[in-house]
Design a protein around this ligand. Structure first.
Ligand SMILES: C[S@@+](CC[C@H](N)C(=O)[O-])C[C@H]1O[C@@H](n2cnc3c(N)ncnc32)[C@H](O)[C@@H]1O
Length: 273
């Protein structure tokens, strides 16, 4: 029978404890916490958008948008927007959550774009260009999508994602804040009115930017506003305004916060003039 000395036994116990601790931490990080936060919006956002993002940024010395772009370049086919959308959804479902509109609400977005068949679209909030690609791939020939993003690092990644999808001709990515650009849309881009506006920037800007678009005459009778995240994180002032105003006919499309099981949805509001 093998008899171990006291020192060897202590070392074995230490190694065993380290391996068990590491396995436990990995299970917590990879499965237990992500599954638990799937059902709670606030916790999901803190976990994915603050804790995990900062930790991976530090460990990999890269940013989430850079990692997302790498996934596109590795897994999507150049010039094929569908494969770009799929590569981002796979990355966000299986590797790292990100604040794209996502696959589930993305299907609602697709159906609204297809129904309207818009010639002029404004997107507020580009991030890495996921929804930009989703929208642009469905636009008819000669249609134009202007997308606004005020973070230059995100804008630089989005340009590469849009180019990988082969959609640069259809998309004009404009760097800067919505409040600064909305009043300049007519003179700078020759826009008369938008057929569709997708609101997906910071939630406290939905209402002031909607009022600004009204003031600047960017909406016509029949223009559609489609707003993301109206439940989670939520846009109560915008919802109250758009649902009570006689100038809009508004409808809620129930869904889930991107890549989770938390309730969220899109609000589609038709401007009546
Ligand atoms: C939720 S993300 C957009 C996601 C993107 N629409 C998608 O589904 O792929 C919101 C983005 O809006 C940008 N943003 C927030 N407020 C803005 C503003 N006032 N003007 C321009 N960009 C803004 C943020 O930097 C962020 O990249």
């Amino acid at each position: 029978m093998l008899v171990l000395c006291l020192g060897c036994r202590m070392w074995l116990t230490l190694i065993y404890s380290c391996i068990s601790g590491a396995a436990l931490l990995y299970a917590l990080y990879r499965w237990v916490i992500p599954t638990a936060v799937q059902y709670h919006g606030g916790l999901a956002l803190i976990w994915h958008d603050v804790i995990v993002e900062r930790m991976l940024d530090t460990l990999t010395q890269s940013t989430r948008p850079q990692r997302l772009l790498n996934a596109v370049q590795k897994n999507a086919t150049r010039g094929d927007p569908r494969s770009v959308v799929k590569a981002i959804d796979d990355f966000c479902r299986h590797k790292e959550w990100a604040m794209n509109v996502g696959d589930e609400k993305g299907c609602i977005l697709d159906s609204v774009v297809s129904e309207i068949n818009p010639a002029a679209v404004l997107e507020l909030g580009t991030y890495c260009g996921y929804s930009t690609v989703r929208i642009a791939r469905l636009l008819p020939p000669h249609a134009k999508l202007i997308t606004l993003e005020f973070n230059p690092d995100f804008a630089a990644i989005a340009r590469q994602v849009i180019a990988w999808a082969g959609l640069e001709e259809k998309v004009q990515l404009v760097e800067g804040a919505s409040g600064d650009w909305i009043p300049k849309m007519k003179e700078q881009f020759g826009i008369t009115t938008f057929d569709l506006v997708f609101l997906d920037h910071w939630k406290d800007r939905y209402l002031p930017d909607t009022k600004l678009m009204e003031e600047c005459g960017l909406l016509r009778k029949g223009s559609v506003l489609l707003a993301d995240n109206v439940i989670c994180p939520g846009t109560p002032d915008y919802l109250e305004y758009i649902r009570s105003s006689p100038r809009y006919e508004s409808r809620y499309f129930k869904s889930h916060l991107e890549y989770t099981k938390v309730e969220d949805g899109l609000e589609k509001s038709v401007f009546k003039g």
